[in-house]
Write a protein that binds this ligand. Structure first.
Ligand code: NAP
Length: 354
C-alpha cells in the first residue's frame, strides 16, 4: 500500500524515542518528508494512508441517517449545529474513512443554472472505527447556513446544510468521497505532541482524531483550543470535557469571542494559544509539536502571528517560513501575506474555509 510522505521539518533537538505506529502498519499512508536544515538529520512525517474518491459524485453511495441531534452546548445556542450519523453499510465507504477526511453530500434538486447541486464537503467527526465500532457509521458536524441577501433582504438558506439538518432518521442521502489525505494524523503519532486549534464546526476532525489517539494508547500531550462565539455554541463540549477528565494528557481549552464575562474574558483562539504558551513552549522546542488548524480561514493570520511572536530562532522556522520583510514586522501582517510571505511548513496542517 502506498504511503504519503509529506515534507516535514524536525527541530534541531531530536524527539525522544519514537514509539511504534498507533495504526496498523497496513494502513500507512503518505509520508511528508523534508530535510530540516544543514545541521540536523532529515526527518519525515508519514501520514496515515487515506483512501480517496471511492464513490465519485457521478456514482454516489446511498447512506442512511441513523442519528440527527443538536451538538451545541446550550439549548439557546446562536447557531443550529447538528451531529448527523450516516450508515454507510454496503457501500464502498464502509471501513474506508479516517478522521481528517471529508464526505461529499449531494443535495437533491438543481442549482440556479438547472444543474444538479455540486457535492458539499463535510469533515468526518468520527474515529476510524466509526460510531458503530466497525467503521460503517460515520458522523458529520453540520451548521445550518442561514443568511440574508444584502441585495434584496431576502432569506438565504444554504442548500446542503439545511437539507442535511432537516433529515429524519431513516432518510437516504447520496454521498461521495472520501476526500482529503493531508489533514490526517501521522503514522508515528506517539512521537508527537498535538496542538489542535478549531473554530466552530472546525472541531469535527479533532473529535475523531482524539478518539483514534486514545484508542491507540497515545501517551503524548494533546492541547485542543476550541473557538466559539458563545459558551452555548461550543460543540461536543460535554464529550470533550469528559475525555479531558479521563486523560490527564488531554488539555481542552476554550476561547469564547463574544462574552466579556466568560471566565477568561473575550478571546480568540490565538489569544488562548498565547495564554497556554508557558505549557506549550517545551513541546515546540523539543520538536514534538504538530499544529492542526481547522475552521474559518481568518484564524490563520492570528495563529501564525502568535507562533511567530512566541517561537524563537531555530524553532520558528520549523513551523513558519518567513520572507525577510515579514520577519521584521509581525504585527503588520495581513491575510494577503499568508501563504505568500508567511508560509506554514509541513508541521502545520490546515483545513480552513472562508
Ligand atoms: P462559529 O461558530 O461562528 O465560530 C467561529 C469562531 O471563530 C467565533 O468565535 C469567531 O469570533 C471566531 N473568529 C472569527 N474570526 C476570527 C479570526 N480572524 N481569528 C480567530 N478567530 C476568529 O464558526 P462556524 O460558523 O461553525 O464556522 C466554522 C468554519 O469551519 C466554517 O468556515 C466552515 O466552513 C469550516 N469548517 C467546517 C467543517 C465541517 O465539517 N462542518 C469542517 C472544517 C471546517 P467572532 O465571530 O465573535 O468574531
Amino acid at each position: 500500500m502506498s504511503c504519503l510522505v509529506v515534507p516535514s521539518q524536525e527541530g534541531s533537538k531530536a524527539p525522544g524515542p519514537v514509539p511504534g505506529p498507533l495504526w496498523p502498519v497496513g494502513s500507512l499512508g503518505v509520508a511528508i518528508g523534508v530535510s530540516w536544515g544543514m545541521s540536523s538529520a532529515s526527518m519525515e512525517i508519514q501520514l496515515r494512508h487515506a483512501e480517496m474518491h471511492i464513490h465519485k459524485p457521478a456514482e454516489p453511495a446511498t447512506a442512511t441517517v441513523v442519528k440527527n441531534e443538536a451538538c451545541t452546548a446550550g439549548k439557546k445556542a446562536a447557531g443550529f449545529v447538528r451531529h448527523i450519523e450516516l450508515d454507510l453499510s454496503g457501500t464502498g465507504l464502509a471501513g474506508k474513512c479516517i478522521p481528517g477526511q471529508s464526505l461529499g453530500i449531494l443535495a437533491p434538486g438543481v442549482d440556479g443554472n438547472g444543474r444538479p447541486h455540486k457535492p458539499r464537503l463535510y469533515s468526518l467527526a468520527s474515529p476510524t472505527r466509526g460510531e458503530d465500532g466497525h467503521g460503517a457509521v460515520h458522523a458529520l458536524t453540520v451548521k445550518r447556513l442561514i443568511d440574508e441577501n444584502p441585495a434584496d433582504n431576502s432569506l438565504f438558506l444554504g442548500v446542503a446544510s439545511n437539507y442535511l439538518c432537516g433529515l429524519g432518521v431513516g432518510s437516504k442521502v447520496q454521498v461521495s468521497g472520501p476526500s482529503g489525505k493531508r489533514f490526517v494524523l501521522p503514522v508515528d503519532a506517539g512521537a508527537h505532541d498535538f496542538v489542535f486549534i478549531a473554530t466552530g464546526t472546525g472541531i469535527a476532525p479533532f473529535r475523531g482524531m482524539l478518539m483514534d489517539l486514545f484508542a491507540g494508547g497515545y501517551k503524548g500531550e494533546i492541547t485542543l483550543i476550541m473557538g466559539s462565539p458563545y459558551a452555548t455554541d461550543l460543540l461536543y463540549d460535554g464529550q470533550l470535557a469528559q475525555l479531558a477528565q479521563e486523560h490527564a494528557n488531554f488539555h481542552y481549552r476554550t476561547a469564547i469571542s463574544r462574552e466579556a464575562n466568560a471566565p477568561h474574558g473575550k478571546m480568540y483562539v490565538q489569544d488562548r494559544l498565547a495564554a497556554e504558551w508557558p505549557v506549550l513552549e517545551s513541546q515546540f522546542a523539543s520538536g514534538r509539536a504538530l499544529v492542526y488548524i481547522c475552521g474559518i480561514a481568518g484564524m490563520e493570520l492570528g495563529v501564525f502571528q502568535q507562533l511567530a511572536r512566541a517561537l524563537g530562532p531555530g524553532v520558528l522556522e520549523q513551523y513558519l517560513e518567513l520572507d525577510p520583510e515579514a520577519a521584521g514586522n509581525i504585527d503588520g501582517w495581513t491575510r494577503a501575506m499568508i501563504h505568500r510571505q508567511v508560509r506554514p511548513t509541513r508541521r502545520v496542517f490546515l483545513e480552513v474555509y472562508a
